[in-house]
Design a protein around this ligand. Structure first.
Ligand code: FAD
Length: 361
């Protein structure tokens, strides 16, 4: 299994933002689609025992990994199409997402400014259809190429085939661990229309207020990206200082009736409409789209006293109960135990099953 090109017994602590110290039995850098394709075709990979890793910012490693970890370092950004309104880019999946956003907004291109400062690789962006402040990766996504880890062939997946939904895609569900995304294509606009409507109550912050701190309109994509970055730095933990994966759970969908019930128990509970794409991915289709809403998991956890609460080496951020953090000494099992307690308390109090956003390995 891949012994020709891989290292043995490598600590993964530097490769996950929770700083969990587990080892990979085998570990290899992947720097091109052809290199990966050749390895697969030569029989160098046992698909049952491999794991594709980007920056490990959405992954909880709970024990030593008994197989091969492939670390993505496929680089390169190029413009493949451009007209007066838009530009289409092809990006190597191992490029750093926040650096890519900075590059794009510095050119004046728009469509991803609200997704500034989200840690991770470009290749992981479609996996969970990253989203923040009213924008999601699906808004700019064109298509992607992925190496089939069984045959070594490069396959193109259209946007439709990638089945992006709310923090999910085919690569997080049906096709999980079967493909290594090597190239991602996105289309950005040269005629920006910004969504600065984001407003949170806990803490009371709005994107438009942060934008005003940068100066007066007209704003550029870079202005919006910098406001988003400022807001994120204020609200979210810094992975350089603490171990974290950002939000641990996705926001649950509930019926409007259930929401009204919860509203009586949970102070200032907000709710958000369910988009068509989200609705298509929910399995209770006997309920109309207008009868379901999304509610903030962080507010439920906050109401139950989880904000800023520590148990041993694991806690939650003092500004956001959904953000699980560690002192970088926690084991993966400790993080898992802590988050299971959070899940149980929400189930007991409100009858809601929280689903983790983070991949648990
Ligand atoms: C402080 C902080 C804030 C965050 N804020 C947000 C936010 O606002 N919105 C949001 O959506 N997310 C957020 N996240 C989560 C995270 O940034 C994203 O999910 C990001 O896309 C993960 O990228 P990664 O390269 O680290 O993925 P990893 O954790 O390395 O991988 C995640 C999953 O994707 C798979 N994968 C990775 N790369 C590939 C590939 N090339 N081909 C196939 N499968 C692959 C992995 O096998 C794994 O299952 C936050 C995380 C942190 C730490």
């Amino acid at each position: 299994m891949g012994t020709v090109f891989s290292q043995k017994q490598v600590s993964l602590k530097p490769y996950n933002t929770l700083s969990v110290d587990v080892t990979a039995e085998y570990f290899a850098y992947i720097s091109s689609a052809d290199q990966l394709g050749d390895i697969v075709k030569s029989g160098g990979i046992d698909i049952e025992s491999l794991f594709v890793l980007g920056r490990g910012s959405n992954t909880l490693l709970t024990k030593n990994y008994p197989g091969l970890v492939l670390l993505n370092s496929i680089k390169g950004i190029k413009v493949i199409n451009e007209d007066e309104n838009s530009v289409t880019l092809e990006i190597g999946s191992g490029e750093d997402w926040p650096s890519f956003v900075e590059y794009a907004v510095s050119k004046g291109w728009s469509g991803l400014e609200n997704l500034a400062y989200i840690p991770g690789t470009v290749g992981a962006a479609p996996v969970q259809n990253i989203g923040a402040y009213g924008q999601a990766f699906e808004d700019i996504f064109v298509d992607l190429d992925a190496v089939d880890l069984t045959s070594g062939e490069i396959i193109r997946f259209t946007k439709e085939e990638s089945k992006l939904g709310y923090r999910t895609s085919a690569f997080k569900t049906d096709l999980k661990d079967k493909y290594f995304i090597v190239v991602v294509r996105v289309r950005l606009s040269k005629d920006p229309h910004f969504d600065t409507s984001y407003h949170s109550r806990f803490p009371n912050e709005s994107l438009s207020e942060w934008l005003k701190k940068n100066g007066k309109p007209p704003y550029t994509p870079a202005d919006v990206a910098h406001a988003v970055t400022g807001l994120r730095k204020f609200k979210l933990p810094d992975p350089k200082e603490v171990g974290t994966c950002g939000s641990f759970f996705v926001n649950p969908f509930v019926t409007v009736d259930k929401f009204h019930e919860l509203e009586k128990e949970v102070n200032e509970l907000q709710h958000y409409p369910v988009t068509k794409m989200e609705y298509d991915r929910i399995d209770w289709h006997n309920t109309g789209q207008d009868k379901i809403v999304k509610i903030p998991a962080g507010r439920l956890l906050d109401e139950l006293g989880w904000k800023g609460k520590w148990i041993g080496n694991v806690g939650t951020h003092d500004k956001q109960a959904l953000c699980v953090i560690t002192n970088k000494k926690a084991s993966g099992q400790e993080v898992l135990d802590y988050t299971n307690k959070m899940r149980e308390s929400v189930q007991k109090a409100y009858g809601i099953d929280l689903v983790s956003e983070v991949r648990i390995v």
